[in-house]
Write a protein that binds this ligand. Structure first.
Ligand SMILES: NC(=O)c1ccc[n+]([C@@H]2O[C@H](COP(=O)([O-])OP(=O)(O)OC[C@H]3O[C@@H](n4cnc5c(N)ncnc54)[C@H](OP(=O)(O)O)[C@@H]3O)[C@@H](O)[C@H]2O)c1
Length: 265
């Protein structure tokens, strides 16, 4: 890419797992990289490795996105850099436990990182993307956006937000060239499990996808024009039926009348 045409992909949570793979794949696609996370040494090592392997610039940006200060720092960088044409909102934590007995800090941190940071960074990039009529936002949600376990009230709630938020933006941006993809991985072999309360070793290995395969599938879906991607679901018709049922259920709420089963006997 010429200097004038250089494009940057900003990736949160790039220091490990899914984010680190996205960083590699976007370097491969010729994007300069802005790599965001707390562990600066890992970001620096990845930035050095990728800029040695590909003709791109990679810049680490250390920030704690669960804090107001860290969110503001990254938002400022993103909103002032018109080369940012891709934002991958990937940073996230999972604390899988019943709410009763969980540390309040675990709950608020999940909401701050999985919801607030993602929303704030989207606020930072979207006006510029819309003005330039160009851009891509990938929001990493989870299959648990569609399902809740007794230990995932908060995590599932945060990921359901990411899905709804992405759906709303897709409609808001439908007449523009700015794209939003929501990615809903099922279990993927990353470090997230180490702190989650459920060790990866406790899962059936047959249900866990390698990280590279998950990201490559999500990117294949992106290239095929998918806007909501469940990389491990073989039967695409299931997704279509789910979306149809969801739309039909919503339509059926617009009656202005109490459902007969709820009328006084
Ligand atoms: N692995 C799965 O099974 C799975 C399934 C569905 C969805 N997901 C989603 O995939 C996304 C990526 O997770 P992963 O599985 O790749 O896990 P991971 O390897 O633990 O990566 C999480 C990334 O988020 C960063 N991060 C965590 N807290 C942060 C904070 N306060 N501020 C800034 N960055 C922070 C971490 O970097 P630092 O620690 O250096 O800050 C790390 O780079 C998450 O949104 C997760 O919910 C994962």
């Amino acid at each position: 890419m010429s200097q004038a045409a250089r494009k940057t992909a900003a990736i949160t949570g790039a220091s490990s797992g899914i984010g680190a793979v996205y960083a590699e794949r976007f370097a491969q696609r010729g994007y300069d990289l802005l790599l965001v996370a707390r562990r600066g040494e890992r970001l620096q090592a990845l930035a050095s490795a990728l800029s040695a392997r590909y003709p791109v610039q990679a810049t680490p940006l250390v920030a704690d996105l669960a804090t107001d200060e860290g969110q503001a720092k990254v938002a400022q960088v993103l909103s002032s850099d018109p080369s940012v044409s891709v934002l991958i909102n990937n940073a996230g934590i999972a604390r899988l436990a019943p709410l009763v007995g969980a540390a309040l800090q675990d709950t608020t941190a999940q909401i701050a990182l999985n919801i607030s940071a993602l929303t704030r960074l989207t606020h930072a990039v979207l006006p510029g993307m819309k003005e330039r009529n160009e851009g891509l936002i990938i929001n990493v949600s989870s299959a648990l956006a569609l399902h809740t376990l007794p230990i995932s009230a908060v995590y599932s709630g945060t990921k359901a937000f990411v899905l709804s938020f992405s759906r709303g933006l897709q409609q808001e941006l439908a007449e523009t060239a700015v794209r939003v993809q929501a990615v809903l991985p099922a279990a993927t072999a990353t470090e997230i499990w180490d702190q989650s309360g459920v060790p990866l070793a406790a899962l059936n290995p047959d249900t866990v996808m390698p990280t590279d395969a998950m990201v490559d599938a999500a990117l294949a879906a992106l290239d095929q024009g998918e806007s909501i991607t469940l990389p491990s679901v073989a039967d695409a018709a299931l997704i279509e039926r789910f979306e149809e049922a969801r739309a039909a259920l919503f339509s059926s709420t617009n009656t202005g009348k109490v459902a007969p089963r709820l009328l006084p006997a």
